[in-house]
Design a protein around this ligand. Structure first.
Ligand code: HSE
Length: 461
């Protein structure tokens, strides 16, 4: 046993009560990446290592043996043994004492190599990398099957909320009808700060980054792809088939402005980045992520700050809401540690089969053009006589009903040439709306691509 292992086992307040026996197996963990979440994993194991061993009835203990980092000189934790860090991920994965590999570097290239290598060495993998699994999960789960070595990914969806395990275990007797929700903490934080604190978009983004919520590349948070990757993972789990990310409709929050939020508020809605996963009666799966208006009466409209919520509806269970912290050091570390414990059990017991397994079935996405809601559309227009009529004419000719329209007047400059014009539109297929908006965009008075929000009619509103 290394000096560090002794430190880990003896450092917890609970160690006196540990039922560890001579047969306790020391499970060595190798980390690829040791940033915010990695540090949280270290601290959680330090703090609760003996508690975890107790709960495993002394069958195993967890120790971080080796960690690959980009900059070995950077100070991360106070009590790190001198030989903990390396810059070579292969040293971590191939280390003879490493039984389980944790991948937390993000991205889809080196992370892929790390996960693939670990699986080929029959070392279970724990990852929080939704981009990797959403983009290249098919290849990795094929390897996982070939080498009979699991990939655990609770931390990849909704941070500290145990929604993956809940679905895998507790919904095994259900057909999943919908799994929809707010699954990007950074964008939810930004939208809430714009709504409640009057911050502009960039100020709110800066706050979210300072608080450690944003991805290393915050573009993924605000362009919708972080949430979309999570929604893809939920869909592959619930429906078992491989989803091509290029077929998924994704819009982020970059074009949301204060005017949209003010308008939504006046109409009784909250603006949220919503991901929708829904199976239709023909078996096709609707899968999309985009800014949406949600009625204030619906519980999802109250999910604020970095919190996430996923509403899961099974045909037998009805709807349940999973709510909690969707990002941040400790909540995400909590999910990583839960997966580590699950992986550790496979070294002392034979693993049972899961109810839901990704990439085991065939299925198909529903084309986004066929999905239907009502809509809020904001046009930027040159303000001249007839503008409203021209847009309304195109909508009327295409059979799209208008339920309201508004053009806020700037009291300082009522004769301003460029204005925002908002239309609330009745329910219609999204494909039809897109075609009609193209015609509107071609009008010389419309100065940029219109901004569209879905007005979501959620089941329990
Ligand atoms: N950056 C993510 C979020 C956290 O804001 O939700 C991890 O996915």
């Amino acid at each position: 046993m290394t000096e560090f292992r002794k430190l880990t086992l003896n450092s917890s307040k609970n160690s006196l009560h540990s039922p560890r026996t001579m047969s306790t197996k020391n499970i060595g963990i190798g980390m690829a990446g040791f940033g915010t979440v990695g540090t949280g994993v270290w601290e959680t194991i330090q703090r609760n290592g003996s508690l975890i061993s107790n709960r495993a009835k002394g069958a195993f203990s967890l120790s971080i043996i080796k960690a690959a980092v980009r900059d070995i000189t950077k100070k991360r934790i106070d009590d790190a043994p001198a030989d903990l860090f390396t810059t070579d991920w292969q040293e971590v994965v191939r280390h003879p004492e490493v039984d389980i590999v944790v991948e937390l570097i993000g991205g889809t290239t080196t992370a892929f190599d790390i996960v693939a290598e670990a699986i080929k060495l029959k070392k279970p993998v724990v990852t929080g990398n939704k981009a990797l699994l959403a983009e290249r999960g098919k290849e990795l789960f094929a390897l996982s099957k070939q080498y009979d070595t699991p990939i655990h990914f609770e931390a990849a969806v909704a941070g500290g909320i145990p929604v993956i395990k809940a679905v895998q275990d507790s919904y095994v007797g259900n057909r999943i009808e919908t799994m929809s929700g707010i699954i990007n903490g950074t964008s939810n934080y930004i939208l809430e700060r714009m709504t409640n604190a009057g911050l502009d978009y960039l100020e709110a983004l800066k706050e979210a980054q300072d608080l450690g919520y944003a991805e290393a590349d915050p573009a993924l948070d605000v362009n919708g792809w972080d949430a979309a990757h999570k929604a893809i993972l939920l869909a592959t789990l619930a429906y078992g088939f491989s989803v091509d990310p290029e077929q998924v409709y994704v819009r982020g929050i970059e074009r949301v402005r204060t005017i949209d939020i003010d308008f939504a508020t006046k109409l009784g809605y909250a603006v949220k980045l919503l991901s929708v996963v829904r199976q239709h009666s023909d078996g096709s799966v609707e899968l999309r992520t985009q800014p949406s208006f949600i009625a204030k009466s619906h519980i999802l409209s109250s999910v604020n700050g970095v919190f996430n919520a996923v509403a899961v509806r099974g045909d037998a269970s009805g709807e349940a809401l999973f709510y909690g912290r969707g990002a941040g050091k400790e909540p995400t570390a909590s999910s990583v540690v839960a997966d580590l414990v699950e992986a550790a059990y496979t070294f002392v017991h034979t693993a049972g089969h899961r109810g839901f397994l990704p990439y085991t079935e065939s299925g198909q996405l529903r084309p986004i053009e066929e999905t239907e809601t009502s809509y809020y559309v904001r046009f930027a227009v040159t303000d001249r006589p007839g503008v409203i009529a021209e847009i309304a004419n195109i909508l009327a000719n295409d059979g799209i009903g208008i339920s309201g329209t508004h053009s806020p007047v700037d009291p300082e400059d009522p004769d301003k040439d460029f204005v925002d014009m908002v239309f609330l539109l009745h329910k219609c297929p999204f494909g039809k709306l897109q075609e009609t908006l193209k015609k509107c965009e071609a009008l010389d008075c419309v100065t940029e691509e219109p901004v569209v929000f879905r007005i979501e009619k959620l089941a329990t509103s």
